[in-house]
Design a protein around this ligand. Structure first.
Ligand code: SAH
Length: 234
């Protein structure tokens, strides 16, 4: 898949990529390729794979973002996925990208400059810490998480950031652990499983979006301190 196909493929998920946005994806591709040549940023290294597995896969999330969404946060964004491609497509949405790796956040800061993006913030921290900051807690309409942790752990990292009525959009492979394994976590954290949206990519294995609605406030003791969610999943 090349960048020209991105427009066509994204259209299948209802996403329009303008020529200005396509130029931004070209800049992002070049930045990823040169950063990967210098230091190990992502496992996906060739241009075709980056376009499908990072860019297009990120854009599949757009179909689950409700109209009127004002603010989104991407937890464990890595080199900026899915948050950075979604910010390119929805420049009007306030976007916060969070990762525990300083190297990845400084790469994203560099890309934000190169792409000329506004109303976007990349923060080097752990979800367990930021979620207790009142500026970010229960502030967002949507939260994303791709390839961060199993659902019960991801729910503890992400649900505290969402307003009641907002949603978690979790990107998973099709053969991931079922939603059932996170029933207890969702109950405790104020989440309710809504639906699964299957996602087909041109050459990758089938994927899915898990949509979790925030139906009640998250008790203030969650997330537990750094490391506890992974050590003792709810
Ligand atoms: N979402 C990206 C990166 C996935 S790798 C993608 O799909 O390409 C998982 C990332 O989550 C890593 O960069 C790691 O640093 C980050 N991460 C894991 N646990 C975290 C936590 N508790 N808080 C913040 N970042 C975390």
């Amino acid at each position: 898949m090349n960048l020209q196909n991105l427009t066509e493929e994204a259209a299948k998920y209802g996403v329009t990529v303008t020529s200005v946005q396509l130029d931004q994806f070209k800049i992002l591709l070049d930045e990823l390729l040169s950063a990967n040549a210098l230091f190990n940023l992502t496992a996906v290294r060739n241009p075709e794979e980056i376009i499908e597995k990072h860019f297009l896969d990120s854009l599949t999330v757009a179909q689950a973002i409700p109209a009127g969404t004002k603010s989104c946060i991407d937890i464990g964004t890595g080199a900026g996925f899915p948050g950075l491609p979604l910010k390119i497509i929805f420049p009007e949405i306030e976007m916060v990208l969070v990762d525990a790796s300083a190297k990845k956040i400084s790469f994203i800061d560099h890309c934000i400059q190169k792409l000329g993006l506004q109303n976007i913030e990349a923060i080097h921290t752990r979800a367990e810490e930021l979620a207790h900051n009142p500026k970010y807690r229960e502030h967002f309409d949507c939260v994303f998480g791709r390839a961060v942790a199993e659902l019960s752990i991801l729910a503890e990292y992400t649900l505290p950031f969402i307003k009641i009525g907002g949603r978690l959009i979790a990107q998973k492979s099709e053969n991931n652990e079922g939603v059932e394994s996170a029933t207890n976590a969702l109950q405790i954290l104020g989440g309710k499983f809504e639906k699964t949206i299957p996602v087909a990519l041109p050459t990758s294995l089938p994927r899915q979006l898990l949509i979790i609605e925030k139906v009640a406030a998250t008790p203030s003791e969650y997330p537990r301190r750094t490391g506890v969610p992974t050590k003792r999943p709810l």
